[in-house]
Design a protein around this ligand. Sequence first.
Ligand code: S3P
Length: 459
Amino acid sequence: MQPLTAHPSGPLRGQARPPGDKSISHRALMLGASAIGETRIAGLLEGEDVLGTAAALRKLGAAIVRLADGTWRVQGRGTGGLVEPDDVLDLGNSGTSARLLLGLMATHDMKVFLTGDASLRRRPMGRVIEPLSRMGASFEARQGNRLPLLMRGAALPVPIRYELPVASAQVKSAILLAALNTPGTTTVIEREATRDHSERMLRHLGAEVRVTRAGKGAEIAITGGPELVGKPITVPADPSSAAFAIVAGLTVPGSAVTMQGVGTNPLRTGLFATLKDMGADLTLANARDDGEPIADITARHSMLKGVVVPPERAPSMIDEYPILAVAAAHARGTTVMKGLAELRVKESDRLAAVAAGLEACGITFRMGEDLLEVDGCAGPPPGLDKGAAIVTHMDHRIAMSFLVLGLGARRPVTVDDGEFIDTSFPGFGDFMRALGADIRAPGEVQMAAGGHGAGGTPA
Ligand code: S3P
């Protein structure tokens, strides 16, 4: 356990590039491993989740190295060319690694044993087991379709036409990856559109992917057996990671922070739309396209107002509700978030973890099965008069969100374990300190702020 404390901080100022997008990084490695020749990846997220995917792909036969210039080189095995790993694949905390790799491996004639940490072993795998079984793979999983599990990949995979029962890019991507080594056309139907990084990158490397938009969703058809060809891939900065400094900038008086090169794929930007609805001073500049749309995003301190977040926005901001709850706590009026059922099966039960954290900070809220209403304090939460202690439940986003709450509060906020932050945002503490945030281990004296930081005010 590595506790961390965020102290009330002076204005946050400066500009920085958050680390690479986690979703896109996983996909770049997996598709690079499935392509012929070399895929050179710039801006790869070097967080534990993605490093776990790289380690697993090496066990499956791909050659993956980090080069001296910080880019990553993947020498792939071609479609259907993965080999049976000679050991258990341990995917740590990463649901994306587990579900997408199951898809990729499901149409290879081999046996794979898969496990993860205590958080991942609690998460449901039935959502990928079901469609992948229809494609010919078979599974022996623990009760409730949890890890550890044994998968026998299909020797003779069959294409499916499958309507997603939950809005999940992980399930969609698992099926698309399985379809690569399946003859014929596999079709995934989603009622609500989810992040389309897999579709974009599959096309980039030469797969035939046809997308037909239908209402709020889409029908995605992929032709099996393409010869994917390795190509350069640039990973944008992760909007889900940028979100923490952005909300810190909006809630700490006097702040102005710019996050550079952030992915602005419209299927990922629900948080930014919501913050704008709340009256946030958020501006986008230098919009450009680098395989995915990117821009520089500036957040200036703003008086936010409570809003009703429509449930159909959930897929485009599913990882951002914890940090939105922090923004909502500072707003004037109540913020209503609906359609949150999926939060219950993330790295933790995020709905319960956010609610418990708000309670510890003296913020009034109401939680339903898939709903959260936060009564904003129109500024720093006054109920937080003695500081707060937050239980993070092995969940990086709970840890980072409540540290951000502490920066804009009047008393420190301590999270019980900052260790899991490294899964998605290695260097988070240094990154935030360079902007002027006072985040440190409990009892540690304040470090001099680097970069453009104005330094924090010790409590
Ligand atoms: C991800 C999709 C989302 C998200 C996760 C990453 C992906 O999960 O929560 O952090 O890379 O496809 P679901 O697709 O299960 O909603």
